[in-house]
Design a binder for this molecule. Sequence first.
Ligand code: ZN
Ligand code: FE
Length: 254
Amino acid sequence: MLTILPIPAFEDNYIWLIHNGRHAVAVDPGEAEPVRSFLRREGLNLAAILATHHHGDHTGGIGDLLQDRAVPVYGAVRGPLAPQTTPVAEGDLITVPELPATFGVLAFPGHTRDHVGFTLPGALFCGDTLFGIGCGRLFEGTPEQALASLKKILALPDDTLIYCAHEYTLENIRFAKKVESGNPDLLQWEAAAQALRKNGRPTVPTTLALEKSANPFLRFEAPDVIRAASAHAGRPLNAPVEVFAAVRAWRDGA
Ligand code: ZN
Ligand code: FE
């Protein structure tokens, strides 16, 4: 039986920990200390580290954690990750015998070129590719690449739990309401998400079904989103990639 829980880091990062009561896998440990103290408190041994992309807020703690215990690191291989990381590519299977668990790998270029996601049955660890009601900024990839990555997520089962790496939901909802002010699912989720945050609870994981119903970056085929994106861009947009790119640019300027 696996438990998945968030370890808060920095201002708004979540380091996801997957454990069986004895051994644990850490996803995107941007800082070592909160992971260390959690492992110590719960009597867990680290078995592996997964890194979705090379940004420091997802990888900064890896070196220190490896000093405590030499464990395999799987992820993308650019930048500071390169020396210690076993490179992974879409379709790879990562087996962690201590849990036991086998993770799948999806390539998610967009936020960065090296971004990957990790899957377990019913779960996706998507780093900065998809957020609650948002998506990652396109620092390195093109809108075409990012949209192709999001379409891979859309192809997963609706009840897939989306474990993203930041608590950005309320901020993203504020923007989403500019795009789709009349979306009842969005407004309903806003109230629920506000209540969670008021109690200090995370709004993630969310489900793919919820994101499909209210995340403007996945709703490039929804008439209201197409209309709002076109109005904001000042020209009619039709192709999904144009709509997605316009909503992303709108968000960047918002
Ligand atoms: Zn990032
Ligand atoms: Fe990040």
